[in-house]
Design a protein around this ligand. Sequence first.
Ligand code: ADP
Ligand code: MG
Length: 245
Amino acid sequence: MSVEEILTINHVKKSYDTLEVLKDISLTVRKGEVVVVVGPSGCGKSTLLRCINGLESIQQGEISLRGEVISGRSKEMHLVRQKIGMVFQSYELFPHMNILDNITLGPIKAQHRSRAEAEEEAKKLLERVGLLEKKDAYPRQLSGGQKQRVAIVRALCMHPEVMLFDEVTAALDPEMVREVLDVMLELAREGSTMIIVTHEMQFARAIADRVLFLDKGEVVEESTPEEFFVNPRTERAQKFLNVFE
Ligand code: ADP
Ligand code: MG
């Protein structure tokens, strides 16, 4: 039995003016899979995630969520995109709203769920990441690691089909990296479908079902973590991995 395809990226090309950033990207992500995307700075990782959740338009190819094309313009797109959660390096929490309101804004405003139900779920999720006592605090009163866990909870509270993570620990002090990675490992264990961009290679190896190595806007390798980290097939991947040793 083949596992359900959640996200399908089919020959996607993306340029900024004359700069071709994604050259011909294809990728299928199935339910419960964790795909880790690695590659040198500027190779197009963030652009790929931003194209998937519709923050950027593409010039060619197609992106589908459960068989429904989501690249392109139509007024229902925003509904489909609610099904894609994204967490950024820079948290993007609303500074003037407390933690609970930050998390429940989307469920209440965009999904028209009741405040009571949304708050109940938000509190459960906050408890799971060890932050229930911060529900009335404001983002500025939290550490970077705490803010990032809130940002993850905020995305989860929308019940996305797939979660996208763009270098979510890159701006954190080293002692806070672990607490965020542990939340992601827990989500993976529970069967969340995720695409993760990271420079944490040990974490990548531990969490990935598949590794996608991008270089200059192309998929250079797509392999299991064992293959990729032990026996990278290309010289480009070997060179990239050497930097982390
Ligand atoms: P990565 O996340 O792998 O570091 P990015 O996806 O951020 O790479 O960027 C890929 C390339 O696209 C880089 O050359 C970058 O300078 C360029 N780029 C990214 N965003 C824009 C933009 N909004 N306008 C023009 N060029 C951009
Ligand atoms: Mg990036």
